[in-house]
Design a protein around this ligand. Structure first.
Ligand code: SF4
Length: 266
């Protein structure tokens, strides 16, 4: 590929990342404002009725609701700052959990109300999740790193059974599995193939990794990130030139870069 084309592609990738981040920041801000308005309404509506119970009752409820508003404001502000500054700010150590547990479900609902496709919201969430994992700035011992791959990376005509033993691959080079096996050996990390969420969970329970480098589509990655919390997951989207779930591909240099970022050198 010519140098010009490479620069162009890099710029394209970078601008799509920025767009995904902007979408996430836009959604998180809208979600927080709506949640704060709902909390405010919850206080205003019964205000008159509560005074009949006890004169102090509206102020007690008001105190609870103001705490809720401050919490939502802190969470969304520190999340946005974390994304922009690429490091933890405003005591935001637990912010990844909040974004996974609280903001993603709310953002999906609100994004749908504005007609934003689910796939776009998920892809933006994965990008931001990756930045939050990176902002923790940690390296892991190789035996605590798991590369978790989807079954659809295997060539559909290949008869080798890889789910229980990925080493059954004879490394013919027809699909990404042979390259992934080489990377797992080079870095000394675990490599596993999952045919679905249940098997993926079982692999995680058995291997007890401290970090997961997962390759999948937007839907499986975002649900995997949610399922395995608090274990950090760095997600890499697969390419689907044949459509979903068939002969998918992954950029091995992207996987290598991620391994270089997270794996401790002995
Ligand atoms: S590299 Fe070859 S043997 Fe291994 S999974 Fe792919 S097609 Fe099958």
């Amino acid at each position: 590929m010519s140098e010009k084309k490479e620069i162009f592609l890099e710029k394209e990738i970078e601008s799509s990342f920025v767009a995904r981040k902007r979408l996430f920041i836009g959604l998180i801000t809208t979600t927080s404002i709506l949640v704060c308005l709902i909390l405010l309404l919850l206080w205003l509506v019964p205000f008159v009725g509560l005074q009949n119970i006890h004169p102090a009752a509206p102020w007690v409820l008001g105190g609870i609701i103001v705490s809720g508003i401050l919490f939502v404001a802190w969470a969304s502000l520190s999340l946005v700052m974390n994304i922009l500054l690429k490091r933890q700010v405003l005591f935001s150590g637990k912010i990844r959990g909040l974004s996974i547990r609280l903001f993603l479900p709310l953002m999906t609902i609100i994004g749908r109300m504005f007609g934003i496709p689910k796939q776009k919201i998920r892809s933006s969430f994965i990008k931001v999740n990756n930045e939050l994992v990176l902002s923790e700035n940690r390296k892991y011992s190789p035996d605590k790193v798991l590369m978790l791959m989807p079954h659809c990376l295997q060539k559909s005509i290949c008869s080798r059974r890889l789910t229980y033993n990925v080493n059954n691959c004879k490394r013919c080079g027809e699909c990404a599995i042979s390259g992934l096996l080489e990377l797992s050996e080079e870095f000394g990390v675990h490599l596993a193939i999952a045919t679905g969420g249940t098997i993926a969970r079982r692999i995680v329970v058995n291997l007890r990794p401290k970090i997961i480098l997962a390759v999948a589509c937007e839907r499986d990655l975002s649900s995997g990130i949610q399922d395995t919390y608090p274990i950090p997951v760095y997600g890499v989207l697969n390419d689907r030139p044949m459509g979903p779930c068939l002969d998918t591909q992954v950029a091995l240099d992207h996987v290598r870069r991620a391994l270089e970022l997270f794996v401790q050198k002995n």
